[in-house]
Design a protein around this ligand. Structure first.
Ligand code: PAF
Length: 292
């Protein structure tokens, strides 16, 4: 596997594959690869003739300087892991290659970014994500791009952007990969202090409590899948987290496409959660059904 640093290099490789009728897959990452990323690389390998993994720690999507500074940077290890999972190219551009002098364009997706991550991390977060993903699509020109379900709101934002801008790329989503004890894999997990590792399971416990309360029939006046039932399911989730010593930033039931809060379970719903565990901010989500 080769590591390329410039847009011209990556375009040249993509052009050659496409000239032979090949399909190009892109797995955008910020590095610190784990099994979640590698499962996406394997998906791309099955579908595509050229698999490009991008590695770019995008400064534009970090609210806190400290989070950007402490984001793990492990390029040599990432290159080995990506190659082992079947990637052909690692595209690891410098900041100046992505944001050259005078860069003045922002892609902003409204609506789907209004709540949850958009609210808690600030509007600049999804502006940064949408802008860099649009740029990666323009730089690499993939036929298919792969994202993880763990970042469900990011997936919804990218899908909205692709539809709205008629971008010629198909989005494929891989399931959340979890540690054996249920913790969703994340590049940030390595920063959890040993004493916080157990408490990090509270996110999954909160989501499970929401699902279990709905499944068992919440005691609200309008039943488990009406507004009262959903409120008590969310309360049960919050309690499950607090009993493990973690206060959620948010825990909510949302429409998986628009990320608007849901008021009943007549359509698909996703339980979404974020919490700070020690110094580390974690997110997770789980599809929820009226009767599982
Ligand atoms: O999910 C991530 O790692 C990032 O948000 C992405 C999609 C690579 C954009 O920087």
């Amino acid at each position: 596997m080769e590591t390329l640093r410039t847009v011209a290099q990556v375009r040249d490789r993509v052009r050659r594959v496409r000239a032979d009728g090949g399909r190009v897959g892109l797995v955008p990452t910020m590095g610190a690869l784990h099994e979640g990323h590698l499962s996406l690389v394997r998906m791309a390998r099955r579908d595509c003739d050229l698999v490009v993994v991008s590695l770019f720690v995008n400064p534009a999507q970090f609210g806190e300087e400290s989070d950007l500074a402490s984001y793990p940077r492990t390029e040599a290890r990432d290159a080995e892991l990506a190659a082992g999972a079947g990637a052909d190219l690692l595209f690891a551009p410098a900041v100046a290659e992505v944001y050259p002098d005078g860069f003045a364009t922002t892609v902003r997706v409204t609506g789907v970014t209004e709540h949850w991550e958009g609210e808690h991390r600030g509007a600049a977060h999804f502006d940064g994500v949408a802008t860099v993903v649009a740029k990666l699509f323009a730089m690499v020109a993939p036929d298919l791009a792969y994202f993880g379900q763990k970042d469900a709101q990011q997936v919804a934002v990218v899908r909205r952007m692709v539809t709205d801008l008629n971008l010629p790329v198909e989005i494929r989503v891989g399931p959340t990969v979890r540690e054996p004890d249920g913790l969703a894999m994340s590049s940030r997990n390595v920063r959890l202090r040993p004493e916080d590792r157990e408490r990090a399971l509270s996110l999954r416990a909160g989501l499970d409590a929401v699902q279990a309360t709905i499944r068992d029939g919440a005691d609200g006046a309008d039943g488990a899948d009406g507004a009262d039932g959903l409120d008590s399911a969310v309360r049960a989730g919050v309690e499950a987290m607090r009993s493990r010593g973690v206060e959620p930033e948010y825990l909510a039931l949302v429409d998986p496409e628009t990320f608007a809060p849901v008021v009943d379970l007549s359509g698909p719903a996703l339980a979404v959660v974020a919490a700070r565990v020690g110094d580390v901010r974690l997110i997770d989500n789980l599809p929820v059904e009226a009767s599982a």
